[in-house]
Design a binder for this molecule. Structure first.
Ligand code: C2E
Ligand code: CA
Ligand code: CA
Ligand code: CA
Length: 279
């Protein structure tokens, strides 16, 4: 009845906090954003410490909102995951990153990889490995040009299923990186069980290098341990030259951070190359 409807409205109106309303608004806008092509990928260079050459490009999603402007992924990825939009968005990311990779490949830019962040929800979707394979086939790319970045949070649930999906993907030649290492549920026991190729050390450990009296500067030990396990190590969030000196001492393989470049548009990536900024 009319009365009940009105009552319900008042109830929600009072009970919903502003944060909830904001979240619903983002949820609604997210749905439109896929249709109207408001997402774009920025790319951040990863540099090999030994050669100084470009080792990879990490694809990072941005949302160009028609009213709110540029929205960072931290503001909407979580909501996309909760509201069932992450598979669609994640698939868009993989397809677009691989398409850009193909464009670069054709221009003659080779010998580097593209890193794509993937959510647990994507890894748990049916035939995720087949989807990745399809995209690589469509773009006619060597599988080892693609790296998927996962975080430890994917391991909380469905550990066995995630591991078998990772094994399947890795068998095709695609590389797997463990992202944000050290800030989550990291345990060395897990690390040994994971089918990964690369360890990305979180920026909190990298910024710790600059602390003079840091008691817990364990980044050196993490690098040594990872290398003993045969993993390639990438340090994230490198902002100062002093950090490079330290990372080189411990034979860290590659670095990524504002010191080299912020994430930039794909037009800027090709411009960098045209001007020979990437060796
Ligand atoms: P992440 O994967 O750890 O990406 C690195 C983040 O650190 C990026 O933030 C990057 O801009 C920032 N960063 C890079 N260098 C520096 C530095 O020197 N100093 C500092 N302070 N920050 C630096 P961004 O682009 O805002 O992305 C945030 C997070 O959103 C990512 O963290 C990732 O977890 C998630 N994300 C981004 N794109 C995607 C995507 O396509 N799919 C999924 N599932 N998650 C994504
Ligand atoms: Ca990442
Ligand atoms: Ca990271
Ligand atoms: Ca992160």
């Amino acid at each position: 009845s009319k009365e009940a409807g009105k009552g319900t409205y008042t109830f929600y109106n009072n009970a919903m906090g502003e944060a909830v309303l904001k979240k619903i608004s983002i949820q609604n806008d997210l749905h439109k954003a896929i249709e109207t092509n408001e997402f774009m990928l920025y790319y951040q260079p990863i540099i090999d410490l030994q050669t100084g050459h470009l080792s990879g490009l990490e694809a990072l999603i941005r949302w160009q909102h028609p009213v709110k402007g540029l929205i960072a992924p931290d503001k909407f990825i979580g909501i996309a995951e909760e509201s069932g939009k992450m598979i669609e968005i994640g698939t868009w990311v993989i397809k677009n990153a691989c398409h850009f990779l193909r464009e670069l490949y054709e221009l003659g830019y080779r010998d580097f990889h593209i890193s794509v962040n993937v959510s647990a929800i994507q890894l748990l979707q049916n035939n995720f490995a087949a989807l990745v394979c399809d995209v690589l086939t469509t773009e006619n790319l060597p599988p080892d040009y693609l790296m998927l970045e996962i975080t430890e949070s994917v391991l909380i649930e469905s550990f066995d299923q995630i591991i078998s999906t990772l094994l399947e993907i890795r068998q095709t030649g695609v590389k797997i990186a463990l992202d944000d290492f050290g800030c989550g549920y990291s345990s060395l026991t897990y690390l040994r069980q994971l089918p990964i190729d690369v360890l990305k050390i979180d920026k909190t450990f990298v910024s710790d290098i600059l602390q003079v009296n840091s008691k817990d500067r364990i980044i050196g030990s993490i690098i040594m341990l990872a290398k003993q396990m045969g993993l390639r190590v990438i340090a994230e969030g490198v902002e100062r030259p002093e950090q490079i000196t330290y990372l080189k001492q411990y034979s860290c393989d590659a670095i990524q951070g504002y010191l080299i470049s912020k994430p930039v548009s794909k037009e800027d990536i090709t411009k960098f190359w045209a001007h020979n900024i990437f060796p």
